[in-house]
Unconditional design. Sequence first.
Length: 125
Amino acid sequence: MSSVSIQEVSQLRCGSECRFVDRLASHHDQLLAVEETAEALLDLLELAVTWGELEYASVAVIPPAQWLDFVSQHRWHDRDHAERIFSLAADVAMHSEACAASVRAHRRPLREMPVAGSATTSSTW
């Protein structure tokens, strides 16, 4: 079996209607490779898991909310399999984002937290 570069995969699978290839070429090509390499699949899952925890605004990536659009605009060996991969990854990313937002909303500033051994420390803290 011959090794295929990510760029070659992109050329084979990217349809003329693709709106991601020009402005997000590197991430575009990496997402196309999820069917080809375990490394690309793991990178997608890692991105999904950390989506809510890390700041990706300054990074050129296709956001999870657009992953299913991405799938629909490309050719795949097994479209159903690709849809399952990206749907699962998008669900994980949205859950990660919701969990991170919940934690941020319930986080109290340090100055409000009771100090161990103080009179305001309760046994339920």
